[in-house]
Design a protein around this ligand. Structure first.
Ligand code: SF4
Ligand code: MG
Length: 343
């Protein structure tokens, strides 16, 4: 069976060219050649810092923005080549939930109207849509009587439940969730993550779950992809990624996830990337993580083929060759690092 979603070498460049006054405008490679597949009913967690390109990738997948290159296939249809009309016909099957339940909900519409809108827009009669909206409210753990209330009468968690009800109203096979719990309290986060798991178990919907920390996606993801400056640098089944991370960037992100056990907390490796995330407008040569990579410094200290870079000695491979995302720990565990097994 072919994948539900098949993303091939997807790219998005912003800027470039010249400003009005003739100055060169920097080109930002926000998404710089990303490929992955998603099976029906699967959850892929997509993790990265602000500026890694994860939200851009989520929007490209649904073609809410136009890609610069590459292809997205969804249910065996080429989304990137689809006409406006074909895309509109596909919309009910591919939905999005946004980070900010306040910003993404129209304050002048009742909860019932917000949930019913995508249904009426796709030909469901008003009475039928209202009835279904009431049932959807119950499905997301809210009272059907709340259909008559306005967004300001709900808490952040309740608003996110409304956003989710709206997204699943037309029984999609894919929902892209862009930081759906980042604006919520930790206890409310857990409730929303449980709700998403329940919905998936019942309907078989697939999720692309975008988050900025590995702690949040751990419980909901079958596989996890880690993004850095427009690329996926590691992708693996959940347990492999958390149990035996191969990319030094993933290792550093995991070191930042708090653990409940204070004993383990004490023994945790203290790996930190050096400095701040760089910019997709001026990508480093070779491996884009090399200016921040603790492993490159460690490998260079052991000798071998090194060069002077970033004021220190680094392996010449790290500075000169862009590492490809390739199997590094079994066929399903991919990493983009020249030294995936050295620490
Ligand atoms: Fe670090 Fe080199 Fe691996 Fe890049 S290729 S992550 S710089 S060790
Ligand atoms: Mg974002």
């Amino acid at each position: 069976m072919s994948a539900l979603l098949d993303v091939r070498d997807l790219r998005k460049t912003f800027g470039g060219g010249q400003t009005l006054f003739g100055a060169p405008r920097p080109e930002v490679r926000a998404v710089d050649g990303i490929s992955f597949t998603l099976a029906r009913g699967e959850t892929l967690g997509l993790v990265g810092e602000t500026g890694s390109g994860k939200s851009t990738l989520g929007r490209l997948v649904l073609r809410l923005i136009e890609p610069s290159a590459g292809q997205v296939r969804f249910e065996d249809t080429d989304v990137t080549a689809a006409s406006t009309r074909a895309l509109r016909a596909m919309r009910p099957r591919m939905q999005m939930v946004f980070q900010d339940p306040y910003g993404s909900i129209d304050p002048r519409m009742t909860a019932g109207a917000i949930i019913a809108e995508p249904m009426t827009a796709h030909g469901v009669g008003r009475a039928e849509a209202a009835g279904r909206a009431a049932r959807l409210l119950a499905q997301v753990g809210l009272s059907p009587a709340m259909a008559a209330r306005y967004p300001h009468e709900f808490s952040g968690g309740q608003r996110q439940r409304i956003g989710i009800a709206r997204a699943i109203a037309l029984d999609p096979s894919l929902v892209v969730l862009d930081e759906p719990v980042s604006a919520l309290d930790v206890s409310v986060q857990a409730q929303i993550l449980n709700l998403l798991a329940e919905i998936q178990a019942r309907s078989g919907v697939a999720f692309l779950f975008i988050a900025h920390d590995l702690g949040v996606v751990r419980h909901v993801s079958d596989r996890v992809a880690v993004m850095y400056l427009g690329r996926v640098v590691e992708m693996a089944p959940r347990d492999a990624l958390y149990g035996a991370p191969l990319h030094p960037y993933t290792v550093s992100l995991l070191a930042a996830v708090p653990r409940p056990d204070p004993l383990k907390e004490r023994n945790r490796p203290r790996i930190r990337p050096i400095g701040e995330i760089g910019s997709a407008a001026s990508l480093p040569t070779g491996c884009r993580f090399h200016p921040r990579c603790p492993r490159a410094r460690l490998v260079a200290a052991r000798g071998g083929d090194t060069v002077e870079a970033e004021g220190t000695r680094l392996p010449s491979a790290c500075v000169r060759q862009d590492p490809l995302l390739a199997p590094a720990g079994g066929a399903a565990h991919l990493a983009a690092c020249h030294f995936p097994h050295e620490d």
